[in-house]
Design a protein around this ligand. Structure first.
Ligand SMILES: [Zn+2]
Ligand SMILES: [Zn+2]
Length: 282
């Protein structure tokens, strides 16, 4: 399985010289499983470049686009996703733990006065699907879902393939001020032994007072989760738009140092646009 990052920011795209190395596009992660099944997690602004790459590679296989939720930073790239304008292209828009009617938000954002091409006039065959009972099989791959602790709800995903596993958990508050939809121990169980965890790591401990209840996690909480769930590779994701490259370098350094002392089997990375992570039975 190969994982490629196309957008790593939260909230809003943040291009500029201070963010150019890690990238300024919002959430979009591309996963190609070993059996060739294509998965995309979220359609933030990063999906524009992914669409160009898929067209250039003439990859016209069915695309499975899984949404964590429908906040802007996770859907707003979809109108610029070229495969959606391609005849005979099938795109499954998948969600879990969200009201089915809200799935239309991905297409209804393509409406006057926001966008010139209506969402119901796309050339591709776009199919809205929801994952029932927390489980779905596509090819030789299994997808499991859990409810996010996030305003308005949402879904986390764990993808199991015969040769490795990954999980995509963004816009998730591990320790919210109100009773959580999914408790900490349930996250530990859901993510146990996953090869590669991509998790929301938007804030620092000193931000807590201001952001408690916003539906995002502290980096320190995510590091602890990786220890408790025995994660092999942790990728910190959904960076605050104001976080500079220099600050992310420092966060990476501090996080790796912490992990070395607490659970050296886990390797920590900062999600970076363009980075590819290959998962082969780690
Ligand atoms: Zn977000
Ligand atoms: Zn959100």
């Amino acid at each position: 399985m190969q994982i490629k990052f196309y957008g790593v920011r939260g909230s809003i795209a943040s291009p500029g010289k201070e963010t150019v190395r890690y990238g300024g596009n919002t959430s979009c992660v591309f996963v190609e499983a070993d059996d060739g099944t294509l998965f995309i997690f979220d359609a933030g602004t990063g999906i524009r470049k992914l669409g160009e790459d898929l067209i250039a590679q003439e990859l016209s296989k069915e695309i499975n686009l899984l949404f964590s939720h429908y906040h802007w930073d996770h859907i707003q790239g979809f109108p610029f996703f070229l495969p959606a304008y391609k005849k005979n292209q099938v795109i499954n828009l998948l969600t879990a733990h969200l009201k089915d009617v809200n799935a239309h938000a991905v297409l209804t954002q393509m409406t006057n006065p926001h966008f010139p091409v209506p969402g119901d006039k796309l050339e591709a065959r776009v199919i809205l699907l929801s994952i029932d009972n927390n489980k779905l099989e596509i090819g030789e791959n299994k997808i499991y879902s859990r409810s996010l602790n996030h305003p308005g709800g949402g879904s986390a995903y764990r993808l199991e393939t015969p040769r490795g596993s990954m999980a995509y958990v963004t816009d998730n508050e591990l320790d919210p001020p109100k009773p959580p939809v999914t408790a900490y121990q349930e996250w530990v169980d859901f993510l146990k032994n996953v090869d590669c965890l991509i998790h929301d790591a938007m804030y620092l401990d000193e931000d807590l007072e201001k952001i408690h209840g916003w539906g995002h996690s502290l980096i320190s909480q995510v590091l602890q989760l990786a220890v408790d769930a025995k994660i092999k590779k942790l990728i910190l994701f959904h960076h605050d738009p104001a976080r500079t490259d220099a600050q992310l370098d420092q966060i990476g350094k501090d996080s790796r140092k912490w992990m070395k002392h607490h659970y050296p089997a886990c390797k920590v990375y900062i999600a970076k646009e363009g980075d590819i992570h290959t998962i082969i039975d780690l």
